[in-house]
Ligand binder design. Structure first.
Ligand SMILES: Cc1cc2nc3c(=O)[nH]c(=O)nc-3n(C[C@H](O)[C@H](O)[C@H](O)COP(=O)(O)OP(=O)(O)OC[C@H]3O[C@@H](n4cnc5c(N)ncnc54)[C@H](O)[C@@H]3O)c2cc1C
Length: 409
């Protein structure tokens, strides 16, 4: 029997790739190898509904497995890949088992960065990436709990909103000037701070952690300015690192994610393309010609689907023995999109707002519903709205490849 299409990382991007390969005509065996014990599930509810709804678990967030994946698919869950031999075309898992492949998909996503200081083995310190993390956190986000969140990105702010709604006393400690500064810029960032403060969240900006006090669990945190905060629950939400350690020594370029070409095919450290190895979702680093030629990792929910669809097409062609070059050369230019729900603010964005050097309010009022445009020089690189969904959606057609753009007005 042919070696399977091997997908390492049994989550959204891996699942979408398998679906994409089936849709493009690949009918052979598929094997998933996933470090988590759970079948693929959706992560956005982990910081929102699931975090505040007692009893919700995998069933409420599981992705449906489509009929095309009911046959010929094996799931090896609760086992992590530990190495890749790209010459023998074999992945080795943490039980020492070898998994040969005909094509390999790297879909191992990210994991939260740890505390910037030694935790001395104290309890009460949490991160949020997995379902198990969310269930553990939900159990301690009780009314009246003193919750300190380190980091003011989306995950930190969404947890803050959920915890504040649950009646916890919430403090956000951040090195930034305003929350969500990188993604939303100063205007919307300041507005989100105002909305959080309206719900009782306290901000300690330009700050980091200096020390922890407690035994056996954290009881207080000391900030770099010397401020001391009561703390029953410390949540570390200071960004993520790509899960690529298992690829060390494989010859692939894994500096800040897996470098891939426009066909999502892995690029070696020597610049050669590996036609049978693909990377998708949060772990992949690629250039997006809608913006420029700089390869980046982009951590938004629509990209596991976009990258999975595209990789699936190429995998099906590759395994059918077709010439993939014309397909790969066609370029890959997905429009990144993210959303976030905090209190009654529904944020929706398109593009790469974090490339902007300035932002401009173009509709509505910041303290109500609004649309903000983001520019790099004169180039529109992103848009974000609070509410006003249809106005924001209308921007989708504004992001086009330079060759498709009309003459300047
Ligand atoms: C709490 C939270 C809330 C979010 N909310 C939003 C939102 O509101 N809007 C939005 O746009 N985006 C949101 N996102 C981002 C979005 O969920 C991610 O972009 C998406 O989950 C990425 O999917 P992925 O499959 O690439 O990676 P992941 O979902 O990270 O999946 C990777 C999988 O690979 C497994 N794995 C890792 N290493 C190995 C190994 N060595 N061997 C085998 N398996 C391995 C992991 O255990 C994991 O199951 C949120 C993310 C989180 C964590």
């Amino acid at each position: 029997m042919d070696a399977p299409l091997m997908i390492v990382g049994a989550s959204m991007a891996g699942l979408r790739t398998a679906e994409g390969a089936r849709r493009a005509g690949y009918a052979g065996p598929i094997e998933f190898l996933g470090a988590e014990a759970h079948a693929p599930y959706n992560r956005p509810p982990l910081s929102k509904e699931l975090l505040q709804t007692e009893g919700h678990g995998h069933a409420e967030v599981a992705f449906p497995i489509r009929s095309a994946l009911e046959e010929g698919v094996s799931w090896v869950l609760g086992r992590a890949a530990v190495s890749l031999d790209a010459v023998r075309r074999v992945v080795v898992d943490d039980a020492g088992d070898e998994h040969p492949y005909s094509a390999l998909v790297i879909a191992t996503g990210l994991r939260p960065k740890g505390l910037p200081i030694d935790d001395h083995g104290l309890g009460g310190i949490h991160v949020l990436r997995t379902l198990d993390d969310a269930v553990a956190l939900r159990d301690v986000l009780r009314p009246g709990a003193n919750v300190v969140i380190l980091g003011s990105g989306f995950v930190g702010c969404e947890i803050a909103a959920t915890a504040a709604k649950n009646g916890a006393t919430v403090s956000i400690v951040t090195q930034s000037r305003v929350p969500l500064e990188r993604a939303l810029g100063p205007l919307l960032g300041a507005e989100m701070r105002r909305r959080h403060e309206e719900h009782g969240v306290r901000f300690f900006t330009g700050e980091s952690l200096f020390g922890l006090v407690g035994d056996p669990s954290v009881e207080r945190v000391i900030l770099t300015s010397g401020v001391m905060l009561e703390c029953d629950v410390l949540i570390v939400a200071v960004g993520s690192d790509p899960n690529t350690e298992w690829l060390e020594g494989s010859g692939l370029d894994v500096s800040n994610g897996v470098l891939v070409d426009g066909g999502l095919r892995a690029v070696g450290a020597d610049g050669t393309v590996h036609p049978e190895i693909f990377a998708v979702g949060d772990v992949a680093r690629y250039a997006n010609p809608l913006f420029d030629d700089v390869p980046r990792r982009v951590e938004h929910w629509n990209l596991p689907t976009e990258t999975g669809k595209r990789a699936g097409q190429l995998i099906a062609a590759q395994l059918a023995g077709d010439d993939c070059e014309p397909l790969a050369a066609a370029g890959f230019a997905p429009l990144p999109s993210f959303w976030s729900d905090q209190y009654d603010a529904h944020l929706l964005a398109f593009g790469m707002t974090y490339l902007a050097d300035r932002s401009e309010l173009v509709a509505g009022r910041v303290d109500d519903e609004c649309v903000v445009e983001y520019f790099r020089g004169e180039e529109l690189v992103g848009v974000c709205g609070i509410g006003m969904r249809s106005a924001v959606q209308a921007y989708r057609t504004r992001f086009v490849l330079p060759a498709q753009a009309g003459p300047p007005a």
